[in-house]
Design a protein around this ligand. Structure first.
Ligand code: ADP
Ligand SMILES: Nc1ccn([C@H]2C[C@H](O)[C@@H](COP(=O)(O)O)O2)c(=O)n1
Length: 264
């Protein structure tokens, strides 16, 4: 392999379109799939052929049961599951930005959230290996829930928030991030707190109930009240305070809606 840069190819007669097509991306000139009018795909980069597949995001508060839900659906044929890249957030070249953020959010919030943004974008842009993709959270909730929470609680300086917002706006303006359905696992903050304690992830031992109440409220404003930020897809709400056997029944009840998300 030899390293080539876009500029060297362009001076050798390639243009932006051929460079992007070689990587499996196409610059979309017309609306490729039905979307809310404010989320046009026109003018954005999109992987070729992926407009026919279904993408479902599983959203919910910390420890609401997203990973457990994905694990359950992972046994389905013709479906791929992408979990959140938490292991990367806990170890980037020997550093643990997740732990640092919980220890000192004012100093390390920007560090973690910049890395979350990069790793989530990488997840969104990875080639699909099945007709249906179920993905844990999104670059949207990273911004609308977690960055927003840090900023509103006074734990993120305005300049850090502004820089993250500029990055987020650039990404969502220039790159198509397809989604057909958002599944919201709706829990009470108390349930999440109990499950968080039970999961016992070292970095999260410092999370108080109030933190989960704030992120819960941001989720409710975004996905239920629809009063805060842009909603890129329809929302399917699954009440998720119930025990595991009941949750599996709820998943079965909703299986068809989820698997045919691109026909909604
Ligand atoms: N319905 C449920 N009832 C009780 N415990 C649950 C349920 N779903 C998940 N858990 C447990 O709660 C913890 C958090 O679940 P997890 O799926 O990791 O949440 P998330 O991925 O949303 O952070 C785990 O220990 C998991 O085994
Ligand atoms: N943008 C984000 C996304 C996640 N986190 C934190 C919250 C949890 O401690 C951990 C993983 O979340 P889970 O999948 O368990 O809900 O990462 C964050 O701080 N910022």
């Amino acid at each position: 392999h030899c390293a080539v840069s876009p500029s060297s190819l362009m001076s050798a007669g390639w243009n932006r379109r051929t460079w992007l097509s070689a990587g499996g991306f196409t610059l979309i000139h017309s609306r490729a799939r039905s979307r809310a009018p404010s989320h046009e795909t026109a003018g954005k980069l999109m992987r070729s052929g992926e407009d026919k597949k279904a993408v479902v995001w599983i959203e919910g508060n910390i420890a609401s049961g997203k990973t457990t839900c994905l694990e359950y659906f992972s046994k389905t044929s013709n479906l791929e599951v992408l979990t959140e890249p938490v292991s990367k957030w806990r170890n980037v070249r020997g550093h643990n930005p997740l732990a640092l953020m919980y220890q000192d959010p004012e100093r390390w919030g920007i560090t973690l959230q910049t890395y979350v943004q990069l790793t989530m974008l990488d997840r969104h842009m990875s080639p699909m290996s099945a007709p249906v993709r179920m993905m844990e959270r999104s670059i949207f909730s990273a911004k609308y829930i977690f960055v927003e929470n840090l900023f509103r609680s006074g734990k993120m300086p305005e300049v850090d928030y502004a820089v993250l917002t500029e990055w987020f706006d650039w990404i969502t303006t220039n790159i198509s991030i397809p989604v057909d359905l958002i599944v919201y696992l709706q829990t009470s903050p108390q349930t999440c707190h109990e499950r968080l304690m039970q999961r016992c992830r070292e970095e999260e031992k410092v999370i108080p109930l109030e933190y989960l109440e704030s992120t819960h409220q941001l989720y409710e404003d975004w996905l239920i009240k629809r009063s805060s930020f842009f909603l890129p897809a329809p929302v399917l709400v699954i009440p998720a305070d119930q025990d595991l056997p009941n949750m599996l029944d709820r998943y079965e009840e909703n299986r068809d809606k989820i698997l045919t998300a691109n026909n909604l």
